[in-house]
Design a protein around this ligand. Structure first.
Ligand code: NAP
Length: 348
């Protein structure tokens, strides 16, 4: 099978680097463009990331020698070399909307990690296991904007992947209120403990804009269910991995066994054979001190969600701990799975 050519916008950043390592042997997609800011453009990729390549794996040799294009100035050149793009840009939201619109209006589908388009009414926010049906919005989006082939699909904020996949199979028990505290690694801010020394031996109980995203995005993903989510988002001195401590109150009585069964049976993509779909999607851990970030963030090659410490804390209330890998499931890997779903459903 001829592979589909893809470009990475923001290829030199934290999420961009993750795309490059994850797509190295992808059976369907092949990177043909790496693009970034004018500062990196014109250099070979390996020169552009010199001193700031933070992945454990080395730079794949084919990518190391690719020339970096400029996202904006080389727009026409890039569109000739790709069938779709992943966007991992970090700059002002207005600018990102403009750039992503420019690609889509030229017939190039965009799968974006950025929040710039998450609140555009006709842009679906996709977690493939949860709301694949929202891809139907693409037709409306193309009609609204006069685009024929191009479109924009986004993935949600990295924090929500550590609890929304766990709440989704529990929606049938009618949750009323969710209180979540996230413990988020520094790579979520595009940084390392070296480039962010203030984080060493420290916890910062504030991440700009994160609590609002963590409370509102799940409602769009579920189709605006009437659930009140209160979130507190905390930055912790870890390289990778977002943990979530969740309290949930249901309107109906539910048992611990019913919750465990709902998690274990939840794997809605299992019949689609998507390369990045993890089995199991949710790993339920029985040990009382799991999941742990360092031990469990790579569940399902970083695409799985781990959960443990389920406790009944009131007649209709439970608490539990969720964990996901923020730059794999929460960013590049989640976007790749979304692109696989788009391909399976005939959009790419
Ligand atoms: P990052 O490490 O700061 O990388 C930003 C990228 O954007 C770099 O490739 C940079 O290129 C490029 N860029 C900056 N200004 C540009 C310009 N004017 N024109 C073209 N390219 C420009 O950020 P990140 O952590 O990878 O995050 C990327 C996006 O993913 C953000 O929107 C973030 O919110 C989202 N996200 C991140 C995570 C995570 O865990 N890190 C999770 C989910 C979503 P240069 O190197 O040339 O400057």
């Amino acid at each position: 099978m001829k592979k589909i050519s893809v470009g990475i916008l923001g290829a030199t950043g934290m999420v961009g680097q993750r795309f490059i390592t994850l797509l190295q042997n992808h059976p369907w997609f092949e990177i043909t463009v790496v693009a970034a800011s004018p500062k990196s453009a014109g250099k070979k990729y390996k020169e552009a990331v010199e001193g700031r390549w933070v992945m454990k794996e080395p730079i794949p040799s084919r990518i190391a020698s690719l020339n970096v294009d400029a996202v904006e100035d080389d727009l026409d050149k890039i569109t000739k070399k790709v069938s779709f793009v992943f966007s991992a840009l970090d700059l002002e939201k207005e600018k990102i909307r403009e750039i992503e619109n420019n690609f889509a209006s030229r017939g190039i589908p965009v799968v974006s990690n950025n929040s710039a388009h998450r609140w555009s009414k006709d842009v679906p926010v996709i977690i493939p296991e949860i709301n694949p049906g929202h891809l139907i919005l693409i037709k409306q989006q193309q009609k609204n904007r006069g685009w024929k082939q191009g479109f924009i699909v986004v993935k949600p904020n990295c924090s929500v992947q550590s609890y929304v996949p766990l709440l989704t199979p529990l929606l049938k028990f009618q949750p009323k209120k969710v209180i979540v505290t996230t413990l988020q690694a520094v790579s979520g801010a595009g940084k390392t403990l070296n480039t962010w020394p203030e984080m060493q031996e420290n916890i910062i109980p504030y991440i700009a804009g994160e609590e609002e995203k963590s409370e509102k995005e799940p409602l769009k993903i579920w189709g605006n269910k009437k659930i009140k989510i209160s979130a507190t988002c905390i930055r912790v001195p870890l390289k990778d991995g977002h943990m979530a401590s969740v309290n949930i109150r249901f309107t109906k009585k539910v048992t611990k066994e019913e919750i465990l069964r709902a998690w274990k049976n939840f794997n809605p993509l299992k019949n689609l054979s998507l390369p990045f779909s993890p089995t199991p999607f949710i790993t339920v851990m029985e040990e009382e001190d799991r999941p742990q970030t360092r031990l469990d963030r790579m569940a399902g090659l970083g695409m799985g969600i781990s959960v443990g410490r389920l406790r009944q804390i009131g007649p209709k209330s439970f608490s539990f701990i969720g964990l996901s890998h923020n730059t794999i499931r929460g960013a590049a890997g989640g976007a790749i799975l979304t692109a696989e779903l788009l391909k399976r459903k005939g959009y790419l």
